[in-house]
Design a protein around this ligand. Structure first.
Ligand SMILES: [Zn+2]
Length: 308
C-alpha cells in the first residue's frame, strides 16, 4: 500500500498505513522538538557536522515494529515510505576488523548513518567493534547467530528460531544493551513460518530495494557502478551493502560522494522500542559460547561517553 496522506501533529509528521505507524523526527536544526527514542542503546548527543559537503541525514523515521512489518520491495511491497531520492543505507555481516571501522570512518566523515545487521557469532568475536557502531549512533539489528540460511530444509523449526533469537541475544551481549527489533534473513531467504514467527515477536524484517552485490564485486569501482546504476533506475530505496567486505569499505567514500552529487538523501530508521530478547537464549548463549556475563565486565567496556 502506498501512503497517501499524512497528518501534521505537534511539530512532527505521523504517517499511518496498514495499522503501522512511523513518526518522524525533524532533521537537526529544525524548530520542532525531536521525539525521544526509547532504544536501550544510549544515543550519543548530536555533534555539529564539520564537513560542509557532507551527505548528512535528511530525516529520521521511527518504526513501530508491532506485528513485524516488512521493508524492502524485493520481498515486502506494502510499506512504501521513502520519498523520491531518499535512501536507507544498510550493512550486513559485521562486525569485522578493519572493514567495519573503515565504514564507520566514512559514515562519520559524511555525518550520515545506516542500519547494521551484525551476525551473532561475529558480535561475540568483536564486541568492541560493535560497540563503536552503537557509539557512532547507528541503528543496530541482527542477522542470525551463524548466518544459516533459514530456508534450509535440514533445520528444524526450533533450530531456525534459535538462529534468530541467539543472534539477538549475542548482539545484546556485545553491546551490553538491547539492539533494535530489526532483522535481515541471510541471503534474503524468507521462510513463511519464520516471517510469521518474527511477527509474533514484534520484529521488523528488512529485505532491500536494491542489492549492491558487493560480495560478488571484483573491486570497489564495481560496487559503486552497480549500486548507482540500480539506484538511478529506481530513484530511491533501501540499499544492501556489507561492512564485512573490503571492497565495500573501499568503495564507500566515493559512493557517498556519488549519492550527494546525485541529489540523494539518507533517511535514518530507528525503532520505537528495543527488542525483547528471550532469557532462555541469553542464557544458552553465555553457556555455549563461554562468554562472561555483562555484570562481570567493567562499566567502561559497556557504556561509553561520547565527547562532542
Ligand atoms: Zn549476510
Amino acid at each position: 500500500m502506498r501512503i497517501a496522506a499524512g497528518l501534521i501533529f505537534a511539530g512532527a509528521v505521523s504517517l499511518c498505513a496498514s495499522g503501522l505507524a512511523w513518526s518522524q523526527t525533524p532533521p537537526p536544526g529544525s524548530a520542532a522538538a525531536p521525539q525521544a527514542a526509547s532504544a536501550a542503546v544510549p544515543a550519543p548527543a548530536k555533534a555539529a557536522c564539520a564537513n560542509p559537503n557532507a551527505l548528512g541525514i535528511a530525516r529520521v523515521v521511527e518504526i513501530d515494529t508491532t506485528g513485524g512489518p516488512g521493508f524492502g520491495f524485493e520481498h515486502f511491497k506494502q510499506l512504501d515510505f521513502l520519498r523520491d531520492h531518499e535512501v536507507v543505507l544498510t550493512f550486513d555481516d559485521g562486525p569485522w576488523p578493519l572493514n567495519t571501522p573503515s565504514v564507520l570512518k566514512t559514515l562519520a566523515e559524511e555525518c550520515t548513518t545506516g542500519i547494521f545487521f551484525p551476525i551473532g557469532k561475529h558480535s561475540t568475536y568483536y564486541p568492541e567493534i560493535l560497540k563503536q557502531v552503537a557509539a557512532a549512533g547507528h541503528t543496530i539489528g541482527s542477522h542470525t547467530w551463524s548466518h544459516a540460511t533459514l530456508t534450509n530444509k535440514k533445520l528444524t523449526e526450533d533450530q531456525r528460531k534459535e538462529e534468530i533469537e541467539k543472534g539477538f541475544s549475542a548482539v545484546k551481549w556485545a553491546l551490553g544493551a538491547s539492539p533494535s527489533p530489526f532483522f535481515r534473513f541471510p541471503a534474503l531467504q524468507h521462510p513463511p513460518e519464520m516471517v510469521n514467527y518474527l511477527g509474533t515477536r514484534n520484529v521488523a524484517m528488512f529485505s532491500c530495494d536494491l542489492d549492491s552485490f558487493d560480495f560478488k564485486a571484483r573491486n570497489a569501482q564495481q560496487v559503486i557502478d552497480v549500486t548507482m546504476k540500480k539506484l538511478d533506475k529506481l530513484g530511491k530505496g533501501i540499499i544492501l551493502l556489507h561492512d564485512f567486505h573490503k571492497h565495500t569499505a573501499e568503495a564507500l567514500p566515493e559512493l557517498m560522494h556519488r549519492l550527494k552529487a546525485g541529489g540523494y538523501k539518507v533517511v535514518k530508521m530507528i525503532p520505537k522500542a528495543p527488542v525483547q530478547t528471550l532469557p532462555q537464549y541469553d542464557e544458552e548463549l553465555l553457556k555455549e559460547a563461554k562468554l562472561p556475563t555483562v555484570s562481570d565486565r567493567p562499566v567502561s567496556s559497556v557504556v561509553q561517553t561520547i565527547s562532542q
